[in-house]
Ligand binder design. Structure first.
Ligand code: ADP
Length: 276
């Protein structure tokens, strides 16, 4: 669905090679895939996200969205429609006085027929479990609810891909859970392609694939089990691993033979029960 080829990006002309915000990135994102991008602060995750819907354009290399080059201005609106972005702060993404007006904002700008917009708004709100709040003012919702409304606003444009840049960073644990459940459902049940940037490793564990960034490069990429089993390498980058993976590594250091690829509490319980 998205093809990133030899992509480099510099915010300021003349930036030395080693300080490029993105430095020769190659990545293929398949339709229906759930990919998580992790990496220390300043490693280029947000810059990469903004390249996916032409908010930023490559300094070198190219980004193709369903075959459309993001640098070709004639594709701009179709690319923006197909690749919807959700950002960290839901308050910056909600503009209207009622939830349903907010969700209608995107399709209205696309010039879609009002009857069709109504259908889309209902469908999008239902998809994130917020239909019953459609007449509520967004500012009275919780953080998790606001973020789900922001996601519904993107869904109403019928995107092929959802790019989320730390959508849970400002939420409490309950809000995080709600938003993650909505994202996973959209991916698993509706087949939406998801690119999710996060610093919560438990969220990354739920993905099909994890890409790790450092200083503008992708330094590791693979299924979460494989990536998180490299506890040392991740710690060297200043990153955490899911709690259970860390526990598995500590147990292994003490000579307890559990698998290094454990990600969840259930898997840990099973592994420990098998020891006895
Ligand atoms: P991350 O999302 O992983 O924290 P960013 O993509 O925000 O990383 O930043 C990557 C690099 O680009 C960092 O060195 C950052 O300082 C720089 N950068 C980000 N935004 C800008 C900007 N608007 N102008 C100049 N440099 C920027």
């Amino acid at each position: 669905m998205i093809s990133i080829e030899n992509l480099s990006y510099m915010y300021k002309r003349g930036t030395p090679e080693e300080n490029l915000a993105l430095n020769n990135i190659n990545l293929e994102i398949k339709q229906g895939e759930f990919i998580v991008i992790i990496g220390p602060n300043g490693s280029g995750k947000s810059t990469l996200a903004k390249q996916l819907n032409a908010l930023l354009l490559p300094s070198k290399g190219r980004v193709l969205v369903n075959g459309m080059d993001t640098a070709d201005a004639s594709h701009l609106w179709e690319i923006r429609r197909q690749v919807g972005m959700v950002f960290q702060n839901p308050d910056n993404q909600l503009v209207a006085t009622l939830v349903e007006e907010d969700v209608a904002f995107g399709p209205e700008n696309l010039g879609i027929d009002p009857e069709e917009i109504k259908l889309r708004v209902d469908e999008a709100l239902a998809a994130v479990g917020m239909l019953e709040y459609r007449k509520h003012p967004p500012h009275l919702l919780s953080g998790g609810q606001k973020q789900r409304v922001a996601i519904a606003g993107v869904l109403a444009m019928k995107p092929a891909c959802l790019v989320l840049d730390e959508p849970t960073a400002m939420l409490d644990p309950a809000g995080r859970k709600e938003v993650m459940a909505a994202i996973k459902r959209l991916n698993k049940e509706e087949g939406l392609t998801v690119v999710h940037i996060t610093h919560f490793m438990d969220e990354a564990a739920a993905a099909d694939r994890v890409a790790v960034m450092e200083r503008g490069k992708i330094v590791m990429e693979g299924p979460p089990r494989e990536i998180f089993s490299r506890v040392r390498q991740l710690k060297d980058l200043g990153l955490d691993v899911p709690q259970m993976t860390e526990l598995a590594a500590l147990l292994r250091n003490r000579g307890v033979p559990v698998s290094p690829e454990i990600l969840t509490v259930d898997e840990m319980v099973k592994a420990i029960c098998q020891l006895t």
